[in-house]
Design a protein around this ligand. Structure first.
Ligand SMILES: Cc1ncc(COP(=O)(O)O)c(C=O)c1O
Length: 378
């Protein structure tokens, strides 16, 4: 039968009329650039993230870029981040002429290991970028401690984590200096193309980012800063204003799917035999469950590449996020890292696999996925 990794058709079909009405309204208004829908979305998303200000931008990548620009990061500066994320996390740092200083991840959460950050801070360090990978918050309390100690800014890369909560109930984007979201279609809140948002509680940084997204101009045609064209389209904001109403329900279904997977994997004895490690094991063991929004459901498995090929053959969608850590990327060779420098990231890159978790996934489809995995390990 087969199960896709993501089913956008099933996701959007029930909203077809509502989304078309929003597009129609935007079309009639002709307010394509920074129309009222953008401001509305900024207020709503900021509030959703327990924050004051939202600045709608072209993508999650540009949210990171604008955030770093607003903080004045540039040549000679260092930014501490993870080797194990989507390229944009480190790419944005390098595009501004700054140097990413990599710190390995925690082997169970795949997020920055906070115990390793302090020793990497130098006089050049400007900021830390923790990534809330797969939809689970990084361990922010110790990260914020290091930042405060050394007077560093913290940019939360929450591209995969809108609405996820740290163990104290604070939401992604509300803990650091600036939080960055992506509305790429595969995200929990996705638009019909590219989109993103930078979120902050700091009114000065919010204003700076607002100015930076229009080429640094304020008033129009007077430039005190050099920015870029980083505006979120009104049509994307209009769609997102519709979709935001459903986000909690979708996240709840992703969480239910995660729990159903847990039961299914245990039923098939896959976790007990050690073939498969489930994503949240550490929190269950310690009795603390973070509010994971499961943008991705990532297993750690034996013989990953063979499993991947097997699933593909069975028509089951799976993906590797991410096969090559930053320090092994060709374009970052100049940073001087070598194989073996970040063993946890390298291990995760070798052994993890994402399986379907999208909200519309049915119990039958989940059974098909787990039975296929069980058949592989028989
Ligand atoms: C962790 C992370 N950071 C940044 C981005 C960049 O977002 P976008 O694709 O919207 O530019 C993504 C998107 O895939 C991401 O997953």
């Amino acid at each position: 039968m087969g199960v896709p990794l993501l089913d956008l058709k099933a996701h959007h079909e029930p909203l077809h009329k509502e989304i078309m009405a929003a597009l129609e309204q935007t079309f009639r208004s002709q307010a394509f650039i920074l129309g009222p829908e953008v401001g509305t979305l900024e207020e709503r998303v900021a509030a959703y993230c327990q924050s004051k200000y939202g600045i709608g931008v072209t993508s999650g990548t540009d949210a990171l870029l604008v955030a770093l620009m607003a903080l004045g990061v540039g040549p000679g500066d260092e930014v501490i981040t993870t080797p194990y994320s989507f390229f944009a996390t480190a790419g944005a740092v390098v595009r501004l002429g700054a140097k990413p200083v990599l710190v390995d991840i925690d082997s169970t959460t795949y997020n920055l290991d906070p115990t390793k950050i302090g020793s990497m801070v130098t006089a050049k360090t400007k900021a830390i970028i923790p990534v809330h990978l797969y939809g689970q918050c990084a361990d922010m309390a110790p990260i914020m401690d290091v930042a405060q100690q050394h007077n560093l800014s913290v940019i939360e890369d929450a591209a995969q984590a809108i609405g996820s909560e740290y163990r104290d109930g604070r939401r992604a984007c509300s803990m650091g200096t600036i939080g960055c979201l992506s509305f790429f279609p595969s995200k929990n809140l996705g638009c019909l193309g590219d989109g993103g948002m930078a979120v902050t509680n700091d009114p000065d940084l919010a204003e700076r980012m607002r100015v930076l997204r229009v080429h640094g101009s304020k008033p129009k045609y007077y430039h005190q800063l050099i920015g870029g064209n980083f505006r979120l389209d009104t049509i994307q904001a209009a769609v997102l204003n519709v979709k935001l109403n459903y986000l909690d329900g979708w996240t709840k279904r992703r969480q239910e799917n995660a729990h159903r997977y847990e039961a299914l994997f245990r039923q098939h004895g896959l976790t007990q035999k050690g073939n498969v490690r489930l994503p949240w094991a550490v929190y269950q063991a310690s009795g603390v469950e973070h509010y994971h929004i499961y943008n991705q459901f990532v297993l750690r498995v034996e013989r990953r590449d063979n499993l991947m090929a097997y699933l593909k053959q069975k028509g089951i969608g799976a993906e590797i996020y991410y096969p090559i850590p930053f320090h092994s990327q060709e374009c970052f060779r100049y940073l001087g890292y070598k194989e073996g420098d970040f063993p946890e990231s390298e291990g995760a890159a070798r052994e993890t696999i994402a399986i379907p978790i999208y909200p519309e996934l049915t119990a039958e489809q989940q059974t098909e996925v787990v039975e296929a995995i069980a058949a592989f390990y028989q």
